[in-house]
Design a protein around this ligand. Structure first.
Ligand code: 5GP
Ligand code: ZN
Length: 115
């Protein structure tokens, strides 16, 4: 694990986070700077720099992360009202943390297209 990766350190329990889900493949926790009433980040325990670096060998893991989106949204109570899932990559997206993460945002109406 890259020692300077903040999300690897959260997954390892070295940095505190408000966890809402964890299993052998991933952890989910509340974003420290929420952009909606519900803002969860889902990360694989394995360090993958981002979606652009995912390989065929990660296929099952990626599928698992998608299923956890639905599970977390259900337990957060935003399944009926709706939510948005975002995966940023690269400069134009504004990505800040180079460890693959899925944002789950809900609890308010959102506009489209995103800014
Ligand atoms: P990105 O812009 O890379 O897609 O999103 C990174 C997200 O991670 C941001 O929404 C930011 O607020 C969140 N974040 C950055 N550092 C921490 C941290 O130490 N703890 C938590 N819970 N969230 C963080
Ligand atoms: Zn990492």
């Amino acid at each position: 694990m890259p020692q300077d990766c903040i999300f690897c350190r959260i997954a390892a329990g070295e940095i505190q986070a408000d966890l809402v889900h964890e299993d052998e493949q991933c952890v989910a926790f509340r974003d420290i700077n929420p952009q909606a009433p519900t803002h969860i980040l889902i990360i694989p325990r394995k360090h993958i720099e981002g979606i652009a670096k995912a390989e065929t060998e990660h296929q099952a893991l990626l599928g698992h992360l998608m299923l956890v989106v639905g599970k977390v949204a259900r337990t957060e109570g935003i399944e009926d009202s709706g939510y948005r899932t975002v995966i940023n990559w690269g400069r134009d997206s504004g990505m800040e943390v180079p460890h693959l993460h899925l944002h789950v945002l809900g609890g308010r109406a959102m506009s489209w297209p995103p800014g």
